[in-house]
Design a protein. Sequence first.
Length: 646
Amino acid sequence: MSKLEVNITNNLKMLCIDMIKEAGSGDVGISLCGAPVMTSLFLKYLNYDYHNSKYINRDRVIVSNRLLPLMYATLHIFGSDLSFDALREFKKLNSVTEGVANIKTPGIEVGSNTVGDVIASSVGIALGERYIESLIKLEDNKCNLINFKTICICTEEDLMNGISYEAMSYAGHENLNKLIFIVLKTDISKDSSTKETFSENLVDRFISLNFNVDEINNTVSSIEGAIDDAYVSKKPSVIFIKSTYAKDTTRENSNESFNMPLSDQEIASLREKYSINYQKEDLLKELAKRLDKPLNKWIDLKNSCLEDLKLREIVNFLETKEFTINFKPENIKINDGYVEELIISNNKIFNILASKSPFVLSLSNDNFINTLGSITKASIMHKNNPTGRNILCGSRTMSMGYMAAGLSTLGFKVFVSSPLIDEPILQKSIALCSENALDVNFIFTQDTFLNSYLETGNNAIYEINNLRSIPNLINFRPADINEVIGVYDIISQFKNTTTIIIGSSKVPKLKGSNYKYVMAGAYRVKREMNDANAIIIATGSEVELALKIAEELMPYGIDFRVVTMPSAELFARQNERYQNMLLPKNIKTFTLEFGGINFWHKYATSEDYILGIDKFGTSGTKEELLNYYNLDMDSIKAKILSNMKN
C-alpha cells in the first residue's frame, strides 16, 4: 500500500471507532476489516464524480447495516455531502446518519430494514442499469452513456437470509455481470486453525448459481486482484474476504462481546496504531489523475446524446428521476351497463398508465397469470431480452419487493403483483419502500377470505389490516371500475408507496361512484332519501353488497347513507369538517369488509356494528364460508335490524 492508501485506511478506521464510541453501540470489528476494501474501491476502481454525488453513471456502492459506519466515513472522505458533524451524530435522534440505511442520507443508494435485503435491492439496481443501457443501445449501439457497476459489500450473515438466496439465484440466472458482491467472511479468532462451526460451503453454492467466485485473504493485493477479476468477468461475481476481527484490535478474540463499545484505553491504543498523516489535497490530486479525463469524455458524450430526443428523455429521467405519465381519466369512457371482474378492470386501467412511459416496470411472482399484473404490450425481461418490462421472479416472493425498491431508487415507477395471501412475505419490503418514500405500487389480488380460499386454498383475513398498520403507506381498495380509474389517476400524479387490493368478483359500474372522489379517501356512493338514521361504510366489492342491503332494509324504516372508502389513509388526511360531514358521530355507523375487524373500531358505533371476521380461517364452499362467518345476506340484515332496535 502507498502512504496515501495507508493513511486513508487508518482514517476510515478511526472515524468508525469514534462514531461507534460516540453512539454507544455498533460493530467495530467489521468496519475495521472492511476499511482496506473501501480504500481500494474508491481510490482505484470506482467510476464516480467526487465533485458531483449525483453523477448518473456512477458506480453504485451498497453496504449492509453492520457496515454503515464504514460507509458514512468513506462518503465523508471521498467527496459526498456528508459532513464531519454528521458523522458525530451517528445513531442520534433525527440524525441523517441513522443506524439503518435510509436514502435521505447523501450517498446512500438504498434503504435497509432487515438482514440480506441490500442484496436483493442491489440486484434490482443492476437490473435497472441493464434495462437503461439496453434502451440506449437501441438508439445507438455504440453509445456507452450508461454502464455502471453495482457493488454490494455485506457480511456472511446477510447470506443466511432467504432474501439473499432468492435474489442471488435470480442474478445468476440473468447473468448480471456488472453486479459484484464483496462478502466479509469472518474467522472468529486469531487462531487460523479454529474451525468455523456455523459456516456452509458458500463458494460451491455460488459457483452453482453461475457466479464468478473468489475466496481471498484480507490483503490489499488479494483484494485488488479479485476486483480486477470481477471487473472483467462475464458473470456476476462474489468475492469472499476471510477476515479475523481480533487482528485489528487489542482483544485476544472476538468472542469477547465484540459488539460492545471499545474502552477509552482500547481507543487510545488504536489511535497510536492508526497514525494519520495526509492532506486532503493529496487525495484530490490522486482522484483527479484517475477520474477527470474519463469524466470529461463522458460529459462530451452526454452532450452529444442530448441532440437525440429519445436519449435526451433517458438522460432527463436519470438526472431528475421524473417523467411524465399523460394519464387522462376523463378520456376513459365506461358504459353504464359495464360488468366485469375487478381484476380484469384493474389490468386494463393499469395498462393504460403503463403504455404512457417506458419507465414503468412490472414485477410478478409465479402467480403472474392469476394476478394479471403484467404490461400486456411489453415482453418478459430476461438476459436475451433486457428491454422487456415484465420481470418474472418465479417463487422469489421474499426478495421481489426489495428488487422493486432497488429499481425505484433509479427513478422507475414499479408495480409488484401478488395474491393477498403473500402479504406477510412482502410486508417488510413494503415497509422499507414506504419509509424511504419509493414509487413502488403493490397490486394484491384475491382480496377476501372468499377469493383467496376458493382460488388458493388459503384464507386471507388479517392481511389488509396489516397493510393499514404500516406508516406512510397508502392503501387502495376500489369498489368498481370508476374507483380503479381514480386510483391510477392518483398514482400517475404522485410518488408514494401504495397497495391496490383487488378482487376477482364481477362488479358492475356502481351508480354514484366517481373517480374524482377517490382522492378524498371516502365519499357517499348512496345518499339518504330524507334524514339518514344509519351509515354503512364498505370497501371493495363489499360496496355493491352494502348498496343491496341498504335497499332491502329501506322498508324497515332504515334510511341508509352508504359510504365507500377506497382509501382510509387518504380519508384520514382530509380536514375535520369533511370527515364529520361525511360520518356524523350521532348517526349509527356500521362497517362492512370481508376481513379482520380490528381496524374498524375507529368508525363503527361499537364492535357489534362491525361486519367482518373475528376468527381464524376455515375450509368450505362459498355459501358455507359466508354462513360460518355470519356474512351471508340474511345474517347481515338480521344483525343490522337487531342493532337498530337498541
